[in-house]
Design a protein around this ligand. Sequence first.
Ligand code: FAD
Length: 441
Amino acid sequence: MSVPLIHIETTPDLPQEADVVVIGGGVVGVFTAYYLARRGVKVALVEKGLVGAEQSSRNWGWCRQQNRDARELPMATKSLDLWEKLAEETGEDPGFRRCGLLYLSQNESELAGWAKWRDFARTVGVTTHMLSQQEATERGRATGRVWKGGVFSPSDGTADPSRAVPVTARAIMSAGGTVHQNCAARGIEVSAGRVSAVVTEKGTIRTRVAVMAGGAWASSFCHQLGIRFPQASIRASIMAVAPGANDLPDALHTAEISMTRRSNGGYTLAISGRARVDPTPQQLRFIREFIPMFARRWRSLAPGGLEGWRQGHETLRKWRLDAVTPMEKVRILDPKPDMKQIRLTHSRACDLMPGLRPMAISNVWAGYIDSTPDGVPAIGEVESIPGFILAAGFSGHGFGIGPGAGHLIADLITGKPPIVDPRPYRPERLSASAWGRVADF
Ligand SMILES: Cc1cc2nc3c(=O)[nH]c(=O)nc-3n(C[C@H](O)[C@H](O)[C@H](O)COP(=O)(O)OP(=O)(O)OC[C@H]3O[C@@H](n4cnc5c(N)ncnc54)[C@H](O)[C@@H]3O)c2cc1C
């Protein structure tokens, strides 16, 4: 009943040296290694559990520009182009389709917010259509309701979270890179003031460049190196129903429920933004930085329990490089779903879309969504350790923008013109206050 994910065979032997070692086999690490391998860079990717098994398989699969913050929109637009090319480039199917995203609402101020975003998006060449009452009701006919209005973003789409990341990891190996599962990176060695090796549980890889793409584990890893990376995660619960419901929208957002058609014809169902905050030592450490973010989102957040503490991804403990670390104890961050919320999600979905009622629940899961204080990812070399590149804090948007982020990191490493302006993502910005800078959506 947990999250659907295809499993892949990876490289058995760890190399002794590599040009770049990527730590973390989520969407960000995998696309980074993919674009590096395609450029002939000798890259090794190490993943403590299974490729794609954390956030990158637990999401809705939306690849969207719609309602994106101005700082992330260029990366979202480029990513959609990269998603589109991927199947042809790799011969693998990531389940990507430009199916468009549909937003329906009964709320005037929500519609006004979307119209404001549409006006901004036009200035950067992104087209999105506001829907009149009649158009929204027509597009949302499967609900049987009359809607005040909505938005349809035709150039957005979805990819399949159960396969997109594993199949791209296979393409890394076809392009000459190596991928190592069940192989946690315990730390970094620094010589002459820069990265000189990545120490893993299976041996040391000499390298001058290490990319930390460890998702919700990034801050505790950085803490070992004396790097202060303010990061917090919230626990979102989500579910899927079996195939069989027809004539429903491919991807729909409403205030009550959001739904996404999966590649197998089933639907992923979730309540947008709804999550639990599980207190951890790391959260307490960074609480001040996250006040603006939580102040903005508090209506959809509820207090959680000790689940996050137990998982250990937000520990403040220092670990040794020659002993088992928290990453080896928890190979896959697989938190308990909030069953009360799952029941609410299902009943709301069946009320909104009666066509879903006969469909059996196929999967129920939860995922920790890692965030920075301003809701924009941290991507770039950390000034204090040359050769150490941070790529985390994707704040609930990383699946869709994973290809663009990976491409950008490969550009930065190989000295190519960056696919998008890297400045909005500089990790150093996080030492300033986030007041007035929290991403709008
Ligand atoms: C319920 C939910 C819904 C979401 N919906 C969407 C959506 O519709 N669209 C969207 O764009 N985004 C969405 N997101 C967010 C998106 O899934 C994440 O932003 C994205 O997957 C983050 O990718 P990542 O590679 O940074 O992290 P992850 O996918 O979490 O990958 C990090 C990997 O690093 C590994 N790792 C960590 N530390 C180490 C170490 N020391 N050594 C080796 N390996 C290590 C972990 O095991 C993990 O596999 C959603 C997230 C959730 C949970």
